[in-house]
Ligand binder design. Structure first.
Ligand code: MN
Length: 209
C-alpha cells in the first residue's frame, strides 16, 4: 500500500468483475479508476504546493485535515476532502472481497458483545448507512486505547462527504450515489442488501488493535 506522497492509485486486490452481481465491473472501474484517481491527483497537487506536509503518512494527513487550525482554511478543507477521499475509498475497496465469509474469532466476539448478535449488528449498520443524508459513509470503528473507558469497543458511526471518523476504522461502506447508481439507480437499500454478500470481515479483523 502506497502510504506517502507521491500517492499512486494502487490496483484493486481483485478483478473488476469479481464483486458481480452486487457491484458491477462498470461501477468499480469508474469508482476506482476515475473517482479515486481524482482524489489522488488532487491530494498530490495539494502536497506539491505544501512541501512541509510531504513526509506525513495518509493517516497523519487525514488526522491533520480533521483537526488542523494552524493551516490556512482552504488548505485544511482541501486536505480534509482529498486525503479523506483517498483513505475512505481505499478502506471501502478493502472492505469488500468476492466469496466473503462472516466474522470469526475476536471480531465476531466483539460484534456480539457490542451489538448483541451479528443480525442485530447488520440491522444497525444498514440503518446507519440508510440514514446518511446526501453523500457519505457508514463505518465500523474500534475505540482507540487511551481515548476512554470504552477502549476497544466497537461502534457504528456515519460521516458526511469525505470526512473520516476518529478511532480505528475497521470497515466502511460508501453511500455516495456513484457507488450504486449504475447498478441500482437510487435504491440504496438494494445496494446495501447486495453489499452484505461481499463484506470482507477477515480484512476488518486484521485491522483490530
Ligand atoms: Mn466513492
Amino acid at each position: 500500500m502506497n502510504d506517502k506522497y507521491p500517492f499512486v492509485n494502487v490496483p484493486l486486490p481483485y478483478a473488476y468483475n469479481a464483486l458481480e452481481p452486487y457491484v458491477s465491473e462498470k461501477t468499480l472501474r469508474l469508482h476506482h479508476d476515475a473517482l479515486l484517481a481524482g482524489y489522488i491527483e488532487r491530494l498530490n497537487a495539494l502536497l506539491d504546493k505544501n512541501p512541509q506536509l510531504q513526509g506525513l503518512s495518509l493517516v497523519e494527513l487525514v488526522n491533520l485535515g480533521r483537526t488542523a487550525t494552524l493551516l490556512p482554511y482552504a488548505t485544511a478543507l482541501s486536505l480534509r476532502r482529498n486525503a479523506g477521499g483517498v483513505f475512505n475509498h481505499r478502506l471501502y475497496f478493502d472492505s469488500m472481497s468476492p466469496g466473503a465469509k462472516p466474522p470469526r474469532g475476536e471480531l465476531e466476539a466483539k460484534i456480539n458483545r457490542g451489538f448483541g448478535s451479528f443480525d442485530s449488528f447488520r440491522a444497525k449498520f444498514t440503518a446507519a448507512a440508510m440514514s446518511v443524508f446526501g453523500s457519505g459513509y457508514a463505518w465500523l470503528v474500534e475505540t482507540p486505547h487511551g481515548e476512554s473507558s470504552r477502549q476497544g469497543e466497537l461502534r457504528i458511526v456515519t460521516s458526511a462527504n469525505q470526512d473520516t471518523p476518529s478511532g480505528r476504522a475497521l470497515l466502511c461502506v460508501d453511500v455516495w450515489e456513484h457507488s450504486y447508481y449504475l447498478d441500482y439507480f437510487n435504491l440504496r437499500d438494494k445496494y446495501l442488501d447486495g453489499w452484505w454478500n461481499i463484506v470482507c470481515f477477515s480484512n476488518a479483523a486484521a485491522r483490530l488493535m
